[in-house]
Design a binder for this molecule. Structure first.
Ligand code: EPU
Length: 338
């Protein structure tokens, strides 16, 4: 196992932040991880597990070991009358898995098209888009304990999935390298076009016969039209989670801002779109030095070229404060701050 020193991470995070790692190793199998664990440098340094680097803001150089997970492989393990059971290794690029499913007629992930990142990172924050979340299709997660080397299987319930949350971001933070994710996909598609943009886009595309391919194409079209391509403009997707407030607080806000979009949740609280709150505070499309809020989606912060992680972080905190000052609503980052 080769351990490199002083590696530039700019090409390994979609924000394109110029930060370095004191040590760096890339693993291509579970055995590679186990081998790495015998190494003194691994044992004596703090670790950062890296997938596609697409949900990460590096606020400074990382004074430890970055472990890049590049385990390949998609395997159909079994099928029954209604489902396909597929194991996807952590290093598989998420959208390549989605395309694989569409080519093979495995339904369930088409709404999650074009989400940047690797499959191993998907359970961390229970990726979601257009009315579907990873938790709807994920049945098991495999991981290796970072200190002990113990290989563990987590059921979906063990993962404690929530809105952009899982046990891996909370109680088990920094404890496991996720090595594979198991999916249960449908033989008969259950189309989910409840998210407004999808229906309108399918109409625009003149799609009359729904298919998982058509939904995927519509999602790709929507995402490409408003989310900046990280290959062109550094970003990590939504920077904050959409905040939830109490029913009473929401009513108070509606009294003051009758046009505020609001989405009542099953638990009785109400979700507010962070993009709207940020836009109302005047940040949408605003550039501050090398960073800014994207002109087509205020919730996405971008790096215009040479932004430091600290600069992006400062902007994020200023945005957060102005939303707090104007609306009394607290927004929390969705992106992992390192
Ligand atoms: N809005 C504005 N101004 C903006 C952006 C949004 O007013 O600049 C308001 C509008 O009312 C709009 C609503 O916010 O209808 C929702 O916007 P959008 O459909 O773009 O979705 P979002 O809530 O901003 C979430 C996810 C995205 C996901 C989309 C589609 C979070 C934090 N973000 O964004 O996920 O693609 O829904 O399902 O939940 C990501 O996590 O990185 C990500 C991109």
């Amino acid at each position: 196992m080769q351990i490199l020193s002083d590696i530039d991470l700019k090409g390994l995070n979609t924000f394109h932040i110029d930060a370095s790692a004191r040590y760096f190793a890339e693993v291509f199998s579970v055995d590679d991880i186990l081998e790495l664990q015998n190494d003194k440098l691994f044992r004596e340094n703090k670790k950062l597990v890296l997938g596609g680097g697409s949900n990460l803001l590096l606020t400074k150089d990382f004074d430890g070991m970055v472990v890049k997970v590049s385990i390949p492989g998609i395997v159909l393990e079994r099928e029954d009358e209604h489902h396909y059971y597929v194991k996807v290794s952590a290093g598989v690029v998420w959208h390549e898995f989605v395309l694989y499913c569409i080519a093979h007629g495995y339904a369930g992930v088409e709404n999650l098209s074009l989400i940047p990142g690797q499959t191993g990172a998907a359970p961390m924050q229970n990726i979601g888009a257009y009315g579907v979340e990873l938790k709807d299709v994920c049945v098991r997660v495999e991981g290796v304990h970072i200190e002990t080397g113990e290989v563990i299987e987590f059921t979906a319930a063990d993962c404690e999935f929530g809105y952009r949350e899982s046990v891996f971001k909370n109680r088990l933070k920094n404890q496991f390298v996720i090595t594979a994710v198991h999916f249960r996909l449908n033989k008969e598609p259950r189309f989910n076009v409840s998210y407004g943009d999808i229906k309108a886009t399918l109409d625009d595309m003149k799609v009359f016969d729904l298919s998982i391919k058509a939904i995927s194409d519509a999602v790709v079209k929507i995402r490409s039209s408003k989310l900046p391509d990280p290959a062109v403009l550094g970003n990590a997707g939504s920077f904050f989670k959409n905040p939830t407030v109490s029913f009473e607080k929401c009513n108070e806000l509606i009294g003051k801002y009758p046009l505020i979009p609001h989405y009542p949740q099953a638990a009785g609280d109400v979700k507010l779109p962070a993009g709207w709150l940020i836009e109302q505070c005047g940040w949408k499309g605003k550039r501050v030095g090398n960073t800014g809020s994207h002109a087509k989606q205020a919730l996405v912060l971008v790096n215009y070229g040479d932004a430091t992680g600290h600069e992006v972080y400062q902007l994020a905190m200023n945005i957060r404060q102005s939303v707090m000052d104007k609306f009394g609503v607290e927004m929390n980052p969705e992106v992992n701050l390192v």
